[in-house]
Design a protein around this ligand. Structure first.
Ligand SMILES: Cc1ncc(COP(=O)(O)O)c(C=O)c1O
Length: 307
């Protein structure tokens, strides 16, 4: 990218990636136009209007679990002579290989499913030799070199990726379906659910639906806080894709850089909780969620959390 150019990026995006685009690249004169990746007409219009050389999306977005139609987005990008860049972290290469659907460069935070054990910080970029050869000098210049121990830890995780992803997906589907039936859950976001807006694309594009789900509690922030406080198994921390279940409140953690308007534009409600479903026993997890839901209900009964 050069100063004066624009990137077209998905509105539903990992908060720090959004910050990188807006603050860091914005400060260097590269503008970003945000679009809803499921609105292909809007994507087409943004590409035509801006002449962007890059379209940037996430296979499954953070934190509202929106599924992007990579083949359709690749066709739009390529018709404008642009590259499609895909962050495939939430899906992992077990669930989706975006290059098979036309993406040009694919990024993974290997901190997540690839390593699987939440004990390393690492990243991977995948593409043709020609594109990776062009990237290598930049990685050297900015110091983005992987330490040997970090590389070892990612490699140690890979042989169990398939087993972990299958188990994450089975348990997440079970929990998502169960959450959907709860009276104080406003909405569940999981592409494995038949009525999820991303279900049809996910069936085509993902080999498993993945371990990431999100849900909105009735009662907003207060209910969300009570839910997290009551949980005994799920860890309350950032990150995802680990053997242990992690529950986060995106507005105060991963997306803390976003103000109220940017949160609303990204579809992030005050009571949104994001869950990276781990490998624990599904019955134990359901019990833990039940504890959380009971605590959230109690805030409603007290008349709190009306917003
Ligand atoms: C979708 C996505 N991409 C990239 C990252 C950045 O990963 P890392 O922590 O390895 O820098 C994250 C971290 O949460 C993420 O959720």
């Amino acid at each position: 990218m050069h100063a004066g150019q624009t990137i077209v990026a998905t509105q539903a995006l990992y908060g720090t990636t959004r910050d990188l685009l807006v603050r860091i690249l914005g400060g260097l004169g590269v503008a970003t136009e945000f679009v809803d990746p499921t609105d292909l007409v809007a994507v087409e219009a943004a590409m035509a209007k801006t002449g962007a050389p890059v379209l940037y999306v996430e296979t499954v977005s953070n934190p509202t679990i929106v599924v992007s139609d990579i083949a359709a987005l690749a066709a739009i990008a390529h018709s404008h002579g642009a590259l499609l860049l895909v962050d495939n972290t939430f899906a992992s290469p077990f669930a989706c290989r975006p290059i098979e659907w036309g993406a040009d460069l694919v990024m993974h935070s290997a901190t997540k499913y690839l390593s699987g054990h939440a004990d390393v910080l690492a990243g991977v970029v995948v593409g043709s030799s020609e594109r990776i050869d062009a990237l290598r000098p930049i990685l050297v210049d900015v110091g983005a070199a992987l330490a040997p121990l970090a590389a070892f830890l990612v490699l140690r995780g890979l042989p169990t990726l398939s087993l972990r992803m299958q188990r994450h997906s089975e348990t997440a589907l079970d929990l998502a379906a169960w959450l959907e039936g709860q009276d104080n859950v406003e909405r569940v976001f999981y592409p494995g659910l038949p009525f999820d807006p991303g279900h049809e694309i996910a069936k085509r594009q993902l080999d498993v639906f993945g371990g990431m789900l999100a849900f909105e509690l009735k009662g907003g922030r207060e209910a969300g806080r009570a839910f997290l406080d009551a949980m005994q198994i799920a860890e309350r921390t950032a990150s995802l894709g680990a053997v242990r279940t992690i529950t986060t409140h995106p507005p105060s953690t991963t997306h803390r850089q976003l103000d109220a308007a940017a949160l609303a534009a990204s579809g992030i409600a005050a009571g949104l909780l994001r869950c990276s479903v781990g490998l624990e026993d599904v019955e134990d997890l359901r019990e833990d969620f039940e504890r959380g839901l009971d605590a959230a209900r109690a805030t409603l009964a007290k008349g709190g959390g009306a917003k």
